[in-house]
Design a protein around this ligand. Structure first.
Ligand SMILES: Nc1ncnc2c1ncn2[C@@H]1O[C@H](COP(=O)(O)OP(=O)(O)OP(=O)(O)O)[C@@H](O)[C@H]1O
Ligand SMILES: [Mg+2]
Length: 388
C-alpha cells in the first residue's frame, strides 16, 4: 500500500469531525438536560449569579459538549442585551489543586497578564483572584469540568471559596460543576453543601437508538456518501449501548472500522469489520503503552502532549513537566531522572528523537517530537488524565 492509495480511498471526507466536541449541526437528544440547564442559567441574563449548578453522568454522555454548546448560545443572547460575559473553562483533572485552578482561571479572565504556572501559594492566588474580580466589569461563568478529580485530591475548599466570593464591584461570578462520579457529594462537606445548588442535572447513558442518531449524523460529515451503511451504525450503537452508552466510544469504534476498511482498500465499511475493529481498539498500541508507564512517566508524557507544540528541547520539556506536577499536586523529580524517562519514551516509540542525544542532552538545537494524529492525541490526553 502507498500513501497515494490511502489518499485516493473515497472513504473519509473529514475524519476530525468524528472527534469534534460539538458537531456541525449541533448535539442531538439531551433536550431535557438542555432545558434544565437553560432554566438554571437564565438568571445570568438578568445579571444575577448562579452558584454551583451540578451536572452528573458517565463518561461520554455529552456533559462537556452540552455545556459548551449552551454557553455559546448564552453568550450570543447576552451580547444582544449588551451584558458582558466571560466564559472560563477549567479542566480539573488537569488542575487538581485550588491554586492551579485559580491560576488557570485568572489567565483566562486576564489574558494580557502572564501568570506563573508554578510557585504561587494558595493565598497569593486567592488574593489575586479577589483583586481581579473587584476590577472586572463582566459576569464570569466558571466551568469546573471533571471536578471530581480536584475534590478527591484537594477537598472542597475551592467550591466553598467560590460560593463565598461576593464581588465588590460590578462583576458577578457563576459556577457550573461537571462530574462523572456520582459519589462526588461524598467529598463535599456539609458547610459547603448548603451553598451548592440542590438541582442536579443527570446525564443518563445513551440508548442504542440515540447512539444510532448520533453516529449517523456524524457519519454524514466524516465519510463520503454510501461509505457507511445503516447496519454498521446499528451494530456499533448496539455494542456501545450495551457497555455504558458512551457516545465517545461509539464514535471511536466507527473510526476504527473505517481505518480497517482503509487498510483493506475497501471503499465502504462492511458489517464484518465491526468486530475486528472492536478488538483492535483494545489493543491500540500507543494507548496501551501509556497505561504501562509509571506515575511520573505519565506526568511527563502528559506534559509533552499538553504543550500543543510538535517540537521541543529538553529544557522546555522539563519546564512543562514541573507545571503538570504542580497541577497534579505532585513533587517533581530531578532533571536527570526525567532525562532517563525521555530515553525510555524514545525506545518505546512514544517520542521521536535520537537516543544518543537524549543521553547527553547538550545540544539545544535538537528537538524531541511526537508524531501523533489529532484524534490519538486527544485520546491519549484523556486516557492519561483518567489513569493518573
Ligand atoms: N448528544 C450528542 N450528540 C452528538 N454528539 C454527542 C452527543 N453527546 C456526546 N457526543 C459526542 O461524544 C463525545 C463525548 O462527549 P462529551 O465530551 O461531552 O462527554 P462527557 O460527558 O463530557 O464525558 P467525560 O465524562 O468523559 O468528560 C464528544 O465527541 C461529543 O461530541
Ligand atoms: Mg467531559
Amino acid at each position: 500500500m502507498t500513501f497515494a492509495d490511502v489518499l485516493q480511498n473515497p472513504l473519509y471526507k473529514d475524519r476530525d469531525v468524528l472527534y469534534a466536541l460539538v458537531p456541525p449541526t449541533g448535539l442531538l437528544h439531551r433536550t431535557e438536560q438542555k432545558n434544565e440547564l437553560i432554566m438554571e442559567l437564565a438568571p445570568i441574563l438578568m445579571n444575577s449569579a448562579v452558584n454551583c449548578v451540578f451536572l452528573y453522568g458517565n463518561p461520554g454522555t455529552g456533559k462537556t459538549a452540552v455545556v459548551t454548546e449552551l454557553l455559546s448560545e448564552l453568550e450570543s443572547e447576552a451580547k444582544k442585551r449588551t451584558l458582558k460575559i466571560k466564559r472560563v473553562y477549567v479542566n480539573c483533572s488537569e488542575n487538581r489543586t485550588e491554586t492551579t485552578i485559580l491560576i488557570d482561571a485568572l489567565s483566562q479572565i486576564n489574558p494580557a497578564k502572564s501568570y506563573p504556572r508554578v510557585g504561587w501559594t494558595r493565598s497569593k492566588a486567592v488574593n489575586e483572584f479577589n483583586d481581579v474580580l473587584a476590577d472586572e466589569k463582566s459576569h464570569i461563568i466558571m466551568i469546573l469540568d471533571e471536578v471530581d478529580y480536584a475534590l478527591r485530591e484537594s477537598g472542597d475548599d475551592i467550591l466553598y471559596r467560590l460560593s463565598r466570593i461576593t464581588p465588590r464591584g460590578e462583576s458577578r461570578l457563576s459556577t457550573i460543576l461537571i462530574s462523572n462520579d456520582m459519589r462526588v457529594v461524598d467529598f463535599i462537606k456539609p458547610k459547603t453543601a448548603s451553598t451548592v445548588s440542590r438541582v442536579k442535572i443527570i446525564f443518563s447513558p445513551y440508548t442504542a437508538e440515540e447512539l444510532q442518531d448520533i453516529l449517523a449524523d456524524r457519519a454524514k460529515y466524516a465519510f463520503n456518501k454510501d461509505a457507511v451503511s445503516n447496519q454498521v451504525i446499528e451494530k456499533i450503537a448496539e455494542i456501545e449501548a450495551g457497555r455504558g452508552g458512551d457516545a465517545r466510544k461509539a464514535l471511536e469504534l466507527l473510526d476504527s472500522c473505517a481505518k480497517i476498511a482503509l487498510s483493506q482498500n475497501k471503499p465502504k465499511i462492511s458489517l464484518d469489520v465491526v468486530d475486528q475493529a472492536d478488538s483492535n481498539l483494545e489493543k491500540d498500541t500507543v494507548l496501551h503503552t501509556l497505561t504501562t508507564l509509571t506515575k511520573h512517566q505519565k506526568l511527563l508524557y502528559l506534559a509533552i502532549l499538553l504543550s500543543n507544540k510538535d517540537e521541543f528541547n529538553g529544557g522546555e520539556v522539563y519546564q512543562h513537566y514541573v507545571e503538570v506536577c504542580a497541577k497534579n499536586n505532585v513533587e517533581p523529580l530531578s532533571v536527570r531522572r526525567v532525562r532517563t524517562f525521555l530515553v525510555d519514551f524514545s525506545e518505546l516509540g512514544l517520542i521521536e528523537s535520537e537516543v544518543t542525544w537524549l543521553r547527553n542532552l547538550n545540544k539545544k538545537s535538537r528537538a524531541i517530537k511526537i508524531v501523533m494524529d489529532t484524534a490519538t492525541r486527544k485520546k491519549a490526553r484523556k486516557l492519561l488524565r483518567d489513569i493518573l
